[in-house]
Design a protein around this ligand. Structure first.
Ligand SMILES: [Zn+2]
Ligand SMILES: [Zn+2]
Length: 284
């Protein structure tokens, strides 16, 4: 039986093509009473306003020099909102207002390291959220990354942190004593085989590791026709959502922050995201 969750949807301000159909594409989801919607539009006395990450927050993970370099790009504000959504989602979950969250982003996390950025990732929102949760006394975390590419930035930040299990589905196998794991996803993998890898490689480890929070970097660029094509179908992310949500329900009272990562197609985004959110909310 599906377990209903209080799910927060964080939708800061965006420009660009891939999210053009949102939030309208969430019709039939936003009206459910276990779903709350936060956006970056009306700031005054609005608890559902998505706040951008402040420089003080960014400095918990990134170097001053790197932040200054991002300021010299055109994307500082948008990147601050993207990270801000993830931070706010994590804090809302900690405070008990919601159980899990889906965070729309203009820019992803996983290629942003302590002192560098690239690949359309400027700030590492998950890493900043984890730094802030640690200040609140939360100790153990898992990050699972299903973007097609290696999460070099996230790995840079947590490579020697034994309290963070970092499981990255990418192009090579790797494992070390600090809880960093890469799982190679072969070309032409079926959805079923990918889901089994999730169960065997992530769920099993998460059960043993017992994180208090799970972060999911959801890239959809491994879908057929995308720029990280591994051959999976557009239905695979929702199947993964069910497995990851069940794991969070078993190990950490459902505390799960899902963060939109790579993927470029507008039609795919419009198809995938509402289905993933329905799984998170138990509406699937
Ligand atoms: Zn990618
Ligand atoms: Zn990797």
């Amino acid at each position: 039986m599906l377990q209903r969750k209080r799910t927060g949807i964080f939708f800061p301000r965006f420009q660009g093509q891939r999210l053009r159909d949102f939030p309208q594409a969430l019709a039939g989801v936003l009206d459910k009473d276990n779903v709350s919607y936060y956006d970056g539009v009306y700031a005054t006395n609005n608890p559902y306003y998505v706040k951008p990450a402040t420089e003080e927050m960014l400095l918990k993970v990134h170097s001053k020099d790197m932040i200054e370099r991002v300021k010299r790009t055109a994307y500082y504000e948008a990147a601050s909102y993207s990270a801000g959504g993830t931070i706010q989602a994590a804090l809302e979950i900690l405070q008990g207002g919601i159980d899990n969250a889906f965070v729309f982003t203009g820019f992803g996390d996983h290629h942003a390291g302590r002192n560098y950025f690239g690949g359309w990732c400027y700030f590492n929102g998950a890493a900043i959220a984890i730094a802030m949760l640690k200040e609140e006394g939360v100790r153990r975390f898992a990050i699972v990354d299903t973007d097609s590419h290696h999460a070099d930035g996230t790995r840079d930040i947590f490579c020697q942190d034994r309290e963070v299990l970092h499981l990255c589905f990418c192009y090579q196998h790797y494992q070390d004593e600090y809880g960093n794991v890469d799982v190679a996803i072969p070309y032409g993998i079926s959805d079923d085989a990918y889901v089994r890898k999730m169960e065997q490689e992530f769920c099993r480890r998460a059960m043993a590791f017992k994180p208090e929070f799970i972060f999911w970097e959801l890239g959809y660029d491994a879908i057929r026709g995308e720029y990280g094509d591994k051959g999976i179908s557009e239905d695979c992310p929702a199947k993964l959502a069910r497995v990851i949500k069940d794991t969070a329900d078993s190990v950490c009272q459902g505390r799960l922050v899902t963060i939109l990562c790579g993927g470029s197609g507008r039609k795919l985004a419009t198809y995938i995201i509402p289905r993933v959110i329905k799984e998170l909310a138990g509406l699937g």
